[in-house]
Structure formats: C-alpha cells, structure tokens
Design a protein around this ligand. Structure first.
Ligand code: HAM
Length: 462
C-alpha cells in the first residue's frame, strides 16, 4: 500500500540539533555550568511560558514587541478573549529575569542571602531571523541578588559579575583581544537627561532611543529625536557619531561626559575602576557611551560583551537592577546579573576556530568499541557489552553482520573510541584482545574478568 507522505521543515528561526550540533550546545552549556558552580551559584529554572503581564510589568517596549503569545486551543473563553483583544493570557519566555524576580519575591524571607542563582533556559523572541538572531536561543543567566547597593561593596558585587563573565570567555579560549566588555551607566544617563530638562515621564522613551542608536542611520536618529522633542544640545550630546570609547586599562578615572558628578558618584566610579583593576580584568573592559541597554529595569551599571571587531551582535548583556524584586512584591533586594546567548557565542567560537571537534566531542568518546571476529563471539558480544555498561563504561559495538575485523576496526576508529575489544578465538580461554585505537598498540589477550579494571585504570590516566 502506498504511504502518503509530506515533508516538513522546522519553523523559520528555530533550530534542529543533530548529534554534532547537540555536542557543541552541551560543550557550551557545560562550560557555563562549571564556571557558575565554581563561583558559588546554584542552578534554577522556571516555566517555559508565563503570564503575559510578567513581561509587560517592567521589561520595557523592546522585549514586549518580540513576544510569542500563548493560549490554550481547548479553552473557549481564552480563544474568545484572544479574538476580542488580540492578546493571549500567556507568553513564551523571551528572557529569564522577570521569572527570577517573581521566584525570589515569592520566597524572599526563607531564601539564604545573598541569593546566587544561574539558569540555562531556552528563550523565544519573535525577531526577524538573521545571523546571530534567532527565534529560539539558549541563554545563560547569572544573577547575584541581595548585593550591597552602596559604597565599595556595591562595586565589588558588580565586578564579581564582570569577572565571572570574563572567566567563562577564558574557558572558551577567548582573550581580551577577541572580546570587549563594554560598560555604561544607565543612571548617569538618566541624571543627564533630567539636567537637560527632560521630563521624568519621557525618560523611558529617551532611553529606548539611546539604546537603538547604534542601529539607526544619522537621519533616522535625528528624526527620532525630533519626534521626542529633544533640544539641539541634547541631540548633539548623544549623536552616535560622537561616540566615546575609553579602554579601562588606559585610564585612571571614568569619563565625565554623562555626569555632573557629585562627590559620591565620583567615589562610586573610582571604586568600580579599583575593583576592575583588582580583579585583573581591566584589559577586557572599556567605557562606551553607546551602552544604555534596552531593558527598562536596569538602574545603574549596564554592560555588554561584544566581539572586538564589532562584526557580531552582542554576545552578552546585563547590569544592576536594584528595584525589580521589590516591584514584584518582594523586599528591597538590589541585584546584578547578565544573560549570554549560545547563538552569537557559537558563531564567534566557530569563526575563530575555537570549536575543534576533538574538544566538544571529548565527553562523548566511547571507552571501548567491541567487535566480534566470528559467529560464536557475536553470540557472546551482547552480554560482554551489557556487563561493561553496567560498570559505567560508554561502550559501543557494530550492528553490521561482517566478521571482517579490519572493517570493524575502521568503524571502531570512526566512533572515536579509546579502545577496541576484539572478541575472537581467545574467547575459548575467556580472554579478549584489546587494541589502543590511538597508538595502535595491541598487547597479549587479557581475561574478560580483567576488562573492567583495565578500562578503569586507563580512564584514570586520561
Ligand atoms: P538581553 O541583552 O536581551 O538580556 O539578552 C542577553 C543575550 O542573549 C544577548 O546578548 C544575546 O547574546 C542573546 N540573545 C538575545 N536575543 C537573542 C536572539 N533573538 N537570538 C539569539 N540570541 C539572543 C536579557 O535578556 C537580560 N534578561 C539579561 C539579564 C540577566 N540581565 C540581568 N540578568
């Protein structure tokens, strides 16, 4: 009977992960996880979809315009409401920070402080897919909550997050020549806008424009400033063409451009520079007047990591959000954190040759590949393989019916196994031949009983 068939593709901007792709993804996630745990962070996660209001509450218009809405096709009342209002009750998570704020606020009294959490969830954004921007990505989030908001300890907490990000870059083989960590101060920009006579109510729109500046043509920038009613002096001050970038390893104080600084603010900037120097990350960092970030909840230092030539979208972004937990009904808990996506990072590692197959495939390498040289051996193979697997070894074998040992060893080599275990005539004495697939060495047959100890000793050596 003819089978009716139809071909399907993944939706645009979504990814299929074939085994190699999955190995790369796990390699990236493993480094994120290891660095987080080394720095004392605990892993958390939340729901894939949340109430839509969670994102309209504090994240700002940029992210809200990229939301995939969710509703139940079963629930008639929901379907009717969606038709009426064009708004679904739920949203696929476009970011993790609101979920984290909700979770912290719900149990703030009982959670030990400070709260140091990381998460590696998938995110969904209804963006126009392009290189570096997809509709689903994996995002490493690291957040330090209940951190000091005053004095020198404030700078220490901020720099702890920057240093953690740099530690991850180093683990991926990236250097300060490859990646720039760009710092800005959203609060200083707010203060400056107010000094220039901008109304409190207009500040969020002003900051949205400032965040979008790098993507705008000069005429677009000017026309947007006119729509917002900016005076000429302000238009000139924030003109993207007068961008100011200052490397932190070349300077002794943060630039005063945005600031009419009070003594306190100067001290704060001084502490930040001091802590960056102490953490030995100054060579990675620079002040960049274009960095204000698009998410409305940031309240102070903001930062983004970019590939040094500027050829890619941001690798990571974050900052201080001192009021968010309180705005979700929790206590006042100042916080600082960042998110790093796998897409841009993966592209950069790939372009720079930092994703060699032997590195990301290493954890998936079989300890042994078992081959059978004759039918009698083939009959015994399943039990020998099962026994080794029970002992915790990653063991593979051929599904081919050939008894040609040369061909089978070729297959063993392709599997990247460390050893081939050849079952042949030696089985009559309960022995097998073990071949080191890297060196090609092959010793005297060893007893089957000794295989476990042999493999264990070899994996200790690796
Ligand atoms: P974000 O800047 O919107 O920040 O995202 C962080 C990173 O996620 C970006 O730098 C980028 O690498 C990646 N990313 C974002 N959107 C996409 C996309 N459509 N395709 C591929 N990668 C993408 C946040 O989401 C904040 N909630 C981070 C944070 C955590 N702030 C404090 N804690």
């Amino acid at each position: 009977m003819a089978v009716s068939s139809k071909k399907f593709q993944a939706p645009k901007g979504m990814r299929d992960f074939y085994p190699q792709d999955m190995a790369v993804r796990r390699y990236i996630e493993n480094i994120w996880r290891t660095v987080s745990i080394n720095h004392g962070f605990d892993e958390v996660d939340g729901p894939t979809f949340e109430h839509l209001d969670l994102y309209t509450h504090k994240s700002g218009p940029g992210i809200v315009s990229e939301i995939f809405q969710v509703f139940s096709g079963k629930d008639e009342a929901e379907r009717a409401a969606v038709q009426r209002t064009a708004q679904a009750p739920f949203a696929l998570r476009p970011e993790f920070t609101p979920t984290l704020a909700r979770m912290v606020a719900a149990q703030a009294d009982s959670l030990p402080k400070p709260i140091k959490w990381f998460a590696i969830p998938t995110m969904f954004r209804a963006e126009r897919p392009q290189r570096g921007r997809l509709r689903e990505h994996v995002q490493w989030n690291v957040d330090f909550i209940g951190v000091p908001s005053e004095g020198m300890f404030r700078a220490q907490a901020d720099v702890a997050m920057l240093a953690l990000m740099v530690a991850a870059f180093e683990r991926f083989g990236l250097s300060a020549r490859d990646v720039r960590v760009k710092l800005g101060d959203r609060e200083a920009v707010r203060r400056r806008l107010k000094l220039e006579g901008r109304d409190q109510a207009a500040l969020d729109d002003d900051l949205t424009l400032l965040d979008e500046r790098p993507k705008l043509r000069p005429d677009e920038y000017r026309s947007r400033t006119r729509q917002l009613g900016w005076k000429d002096a302000l238009v000139r001050l924030y003109d993207p063409e007068t961008r100011l970038v200052v490397r932190l390893d070349d300077m002794s104080s943060l630039p005063d451009r945005e600031r009419q600084d009070s003594e306190d603010q100067r001290k704060q900037a001084g502490s930040l520079l001091y802590e960056i120097d102490q953490a030995e990350i100054a060579e990675w960092c620079e002040f960049d007047s274009l960095i204000v970030r698009g998410l409305a909840y940031y309240t102070g230092l903001v930062f983004e990591a970019h590939e040094a030539t500027g050829a890619h979208r941001a690798i990571a972004g974050g900052g201080r959000y001192d009021n968010l937990i309180e705005s979700f009904g929790g206590p006042s808990l100042p916080a600082c954190g960042f998110g790093m996506g796998d897409v841009v990072l993966g592209n950069i590692l790939h372009d720079k040759g930092l994703l060699p197959e032997d590195v990301y495939m290493a954890p998936l390498r079989p300890h042994a590949f078992v081959v059978a040289a004759d039918d009698q051996a083939a009959a015994q193979l399943p039990k020998i393989v099962a026994d080794l697997r029970k002992q915790g070894f990653h063991v593979r074998h051929s599904y081919k019916t050939t008894r040609n040992v040369g061909k089978l060893l070729g297959e063993a080599g392709k599997s990247r196994a460390c050893f081939a275990i050849i079952l042949g005539k030696e089985l009559a004495e309960n022995k097998a031949v073990v071949k080191n697939l890297e060196s090609g060495e092959q010793g005297d047959p060893i007893p089957l009983m000794a295989l476990v100890e042999f493999l264990r000793a070899q994996s200790r050596r690796v």
